[in-house]
Design a protein around this ligand. Structure first.
Ligand SMILES: Cc1cc2nc3c(=O)[nH]c(=O)nc-3n(C[C@H](O)[C@H](O)[C@H](O)COP(=O)(O)OP(=O)(O)OC[C@H]3O[C@@H](n4cnc5c(N)ncnc54)[C@H](O)[C@@H]3O)c2cc1C
Ligand code: SF4
Ligand code: SF4
Length: 607
C-alpha cells in the first residue's frame, strides 16, 4: 500500500487558489422534474367547495395519513350534510395508494402529477399539508390519478323499491311500497361508508350508521336496539319519516343515490318480533319508582316519546288523549296506504308495554282542566299538535261543502260516515293536500268507479311546489289533476245554496320583496273548477283555547305559539310543551322534542 506522507509540502498560499471560483458561473442546475405519467399518484388536489367533509377518505386510509381539519370559514349545515372539515395529509405517512380518491363520494379529492416537495432544516410540519384545488404548493399541475368506473369503491345506485302499480292501488288503502327482502337490505346496507352525516342531520338523532351496520351483519335485533335508543316510533319512521338523513347522506351528493335509510329501518323493524322489541324497549328502565307523576296532554309522537322516556326514568306518567286511539296525526292524518294502522299500533303497544298509561276520549280543557292536572301532578306536558285546519277565507268558504283537509282525513280512520263527492277540488300544494286528494280518489274509485279530483296550488311544479316529487307523480298516476300557479278566488254557491265549484286565477308571484307572503294574481287568467266539494289544505293551527283564560294570561307567547326555551319549558314553572304545537313540522322533530322535554323535566324533578 502506498504510504501517505502527511507532512505536506506545498505553499501556504495554496488556499488562495480558491479565490478563482468567485469569478466562475455556478454549476448547480435547477432541477427540472421529469413529467409524470397520466395516471401518476402525486400530491393530492382537493376541491374544497366540492368536498363535504364526510371523512370517508380519512376512514379508509390504513396509514392514518389523513386528519380532518376544521376550517371555520367554510359553512356547516348538518341538514344538507355539510361539515366544515377538510382532509389534511401527512406525507410522511401517505403511501400514495389513492384509496382516498377511490372512496370519495363527491369526487372532490384527486391526485396530481406533482411530486417534488422540499423543506428546510427539520420543518417536520411542512409534510402535513391541506391540499386545495391547486394542490399543495398552489401550482398548476395536470391531474394524475382520478377515479374511474373500475376503481370507484362506491356502489352508487340504491336497490330499487317495488311498488303497487296505479291500477292495483287506486281502489284500496293497502300499503303501496313492498319493502326490502333480506338480500336487498344487506346489499343496500353494504353501500354505506359509515360517515355519520345522516346522524348529524337527524333531529332525534337516530344512530343510522350503527343500525345500518347491524343490518349488514345480519343482526336485526341489534339494529332495533340502536333504533330504540332514540326513537320509540321506529315503525312509523321506517315508513313515513321525512328522512332528513337521506338528504344529508354523503352518497346523495354528486351523481349517486343516498342510502335508503328509511327503508332499511322499516326492514329491521318488520323482521324482529313484537315480543323481542318490547324487551329491547324496556332496556335501561329504572327499577326504583321516583314517586313523581307527570301528565301529558296528547298521545301523538311528541307526547308519547316524552312519556316513554319519563316512565323509563321511574316516573308515573298519565297521557290524556281526546280521540279514541293514540298516534295523533300519524293515525288521523297519514293515510293507511303510506302507514298501515297495524304498524302504528305496534309502536303504541310497545310504548304502553313499558308502563305508559293512556286515557282515551278525554279532552283536556273540557273533560278535565289544566288546573286539575297541575294539582294532581309534579309536571305537565302540552303536546296537542295542530288539529284545526286553516281557512282561505275566500267568499263562500264558510259553505258546509267546503271542508278542511285534516277534518276529512280524520273521519276516514275513525270510520265516520260522510258523502263521498263525485268531484272535488283541493286548495293547497303540500303533502297534506296530496294525502286528502289521494284518499278521496280511492273512495271515489270504490264508490263511483272513477276519479274526479283537481288540486290547485299557488306554487309552481318542478320549482317551488311544496309536495314531494314522488307524491306528485303518484297522484297523477292515480288520475288526479294538478294545476299549479292557481290562486283561489271564491267558492261559487248557486241560488239553491248548493256549492258549484271554485274560481281561481293565475298566480304571478307568491312573496313580496321582503319575503312576506303576498300573492299577486293575473285576474284576466281566470278558471272555474266545477266540484261538489272544495277542500282547504293550506295549513293547520293549535286549539289553545283549552288552556283557559288564567293560564293563557300567565304564559308568554310568540306569534300565537306558546313561548318555550331550548328545552321545551314554558314560562310557567310546571308546564312544558312539545311537538307541532310549538315547533314541528314532522314526526322525527316531534320525537326529538319529546326527548328534550323529558330530559328537562327529569332534571327539574330531581331538584
Ligand atoms: C295529513 C298529514 C300527513 C302527514 N304526513 C307526515 C309524514 O309523512 N311524515 C312525517 O314525518 N310527518 C307527517 N305529518 C306531520 C306529523 O304527523 C306531525 O308532525 C306529528 O304527528 C306531530 O306530533 P305531535 O305529537 O306534536 O302532534 P299530533 O300528532 O297532532 O298529536 C297531538 C295529539 O293531541 C291530541 N289532543 C289535541 N288536543 C287535545 C286535548 N285538548 N286533550 C287531549 N288530547 C288532545 C290529539 O288528538 C292528538 O292525538 C303529517 C301531518 C298531517 C296532518
Ligand atoms: S372523502 Fe371526499 S368529500 Fe369526503 S372528506 Fe374526503 S375529500 Fe372531502
Ligand atoms: S347512510 Fe349515508 S350518511 Fe349515513 S353513514 Fe351511511 S353513507 Fe354516511
Amino acid at each position: 500500500m502506498k504510504k501517505i506522507d502527511y507532512k505536506d509540502k506545498g505553499s501556504i498560499l495554496n488556499p488562495l487558489k480558491n479565490l478563482q471560483f468567485f469569478a466562475r458561473k455556478p454549476v448547480t442546475e435547477i432541477l427540472q422534474p421529469r413529467p409524470a405519467s397520466a395516471s401518476y399518484r402525486g400530491f393530492h388536489i382537493n376541491d374544497l367547495d366540492k368536498c363535504i367533509g364526510c371523512s370517508s377518505c380519512q376512514k379508509i386510509c390504513d396509514n392514518a395519513a389523513i386528519t380532518m381539519v376544521e376550517i371555520p370559514s367554510i359553512e356547516e349545515d348538518a341538514s344538507k350534510g355539510l361539515r366544515n372539515l377538510r382532509p389534511a395529509i401527512d406525507y410522511g405517512r401517505c403511501c400514495w395508494c389513492a384509496l382516498c380518491v377511490d372512496i370519495c363520494p363527491t369526487g372532490a379529492i384527486e391526485m396530481s402529477r406533482e411530486y417534488v416537495h422540499t423543506c428546510d432544516g427539520d420543518e417536520t410540519d411542512s409534510y402535513f399539508i391541506l391540499p386545495q384545488e391547486t394542490g399543495i404548493h398552489g401550482l398548476t399541475f395536470e391531474k394524475g390519478w382520478t377515479k374511474t368506473a373500475d376503481s370507484d369503491l362506491l356502489d352508487r345506485k340504491r336497490r330499487p323499491m317495488g311498488e303497487m302499480l296505479p291500477a292495483a292501488r287506486i281502489d284500496n288503502f293497502d300499503e303501496i311500497v313492498d319493502g326490502f327482502t333480506l338480500e336487498m337490505a344487506v346489499a343496500e346496507a353494504s353501500r354505506c361508508v359509515d360517515c355519520g352525516l345522516c346522524e348529524d342531520a337527524c333531529p332525534a338523532p337516530m344512530h343510522a350508521p350503527n343500525y345500518i351496520r347491524s343490518i349488514y351483519e345480519g343482526n336485526l335485533e341489534q339494529a332495533v336496539q340502536w333504533m330504540y335508543e332514540t326513537n320509540p316510533f321506529s315503525h312509523v319512521c321506517g315508513r313515513v319519516c321525512t328522512h332528513i338523513c337521506e338528504t344529508a347522506c354523503s352518497l346523495g351528493h354528486g351523481d349517486s343515490d343516498p342510502i335508503a335509510i328509511r327503508w332499511l329501518k322499516r326492514y329491521a323493524m318488520d323482521n324482529v318480533s313484537k315480543t323481542k322489541i318490547k324487551q329491547i324497549a324496556r332496556k335501561g328502565k329504572a327499577r326504583k319508582k321516583s314517586g313523581k307523576s307527570i301528565a301529558v296532554v296528547g298521545a301523538g309522537p311528541a307526547g308519547l316519546t316524552a312519556a316513554f322516556d319519563l316512565v323509563k326514568k321511574g316516573h308515573k306518567v298519565t297521557v290524556y288523549e281526546s280521540l279514541p286511539k293514540a298516534g295523533g296525526m300519524t293515525r288521523y292524518g297519514i293515510p293507511n296506504y303510506r302507514l298501515p294502522e297495524d304498524r302504528l299500533d305496534q309502536d303504541i303497544e310497545v310504548i304502553q308495554s313499558v308502563g305508559v298509561e293512556i286515557n282515551y276520549n278525554i279532552k283536556v280543557g273540557v273533560d278535565i282542566s289544566m288546573a286539575q292536572l297541575q294539582k294532581d301532578n309534579d309536571a305537565v306536558i302540552m303536546a296537542i299538535g295542530m288539529q284545526n285546519g286553516r281557512s282561505t277565507r275566500i267568499p263562500g268558504s264558510d259553505h258546509k261543502a267546503v271542508v278542511k283537509a285534516v277534518d276529512l282525513l280524520r273521519m276516514i280512520p275513525k270510520g265516520d260516515k260522510f258523502r263521498v263527492p263525485k268531484s272535488a277540488v283541493v286548495i293547497g300544494g303540500g303533502n297534506v293536500a296530496m294525502d286528502i286528494a289521494r284518499s278521496l280518489a280511492r273512495l271515489q274509485k270504490q264508490k263511483y268507479g272513477k276519479v274526479n279530483i283537481t288540486v290547485t296550488a299557488l306554487e309552481q311544479l318542478g320549482k317551488t311546489f311544496l309536495a314531494d316529487d314522488e307524491e306528485v307523480t303518484e297522484s297523477r298516476e292515480e288520475g288526479i289533476e294538478i294545476l299549479d300557479c292557481r290562486g283561489p278566488r271564491a267558492c261559487e254557491i248557486d241560488d239553491k245554496g248548493k256549492l258549484k265549484g271554485l274560481h281561481s286565477v293565475k298566480v304571478i308571484s307568491i312573496f313580496d320583496e321582503q319575503g312576506r307572503f303576498a300573492p299577486k294574481y293575473d285576474e284576466s287568467d281566470a278558471q272555474f273548477h266545477s266540484a261538489e266539494m272544495v277542500i282547504e289544505a293550506i295549513g293547520q293551527m293549535s286549539d289553545v283555547s283549552i288552556l283557559g283564560d288564567d293560564l293563557t294570561e300567565q304564559l308568554e307567547w310568540n306569534r300565537g305559539r306558546i313561548k318555550i326555551n331550548e328545552n321545551g319549558a314554558t314560562s310557567v314553572a310546571w308546564l312544558w310543551s312539545a311537538g307541532d304545537m310549538v315547533k314541528g313540522p314532522d314526526v322525527i322533530n316531534a320525537v326529538a322534542d319529546g326527548h328534550r322535554v323529558a330530559t328537562d323535566i327529569d332534571q327539574y324533578l330531581q331538584n
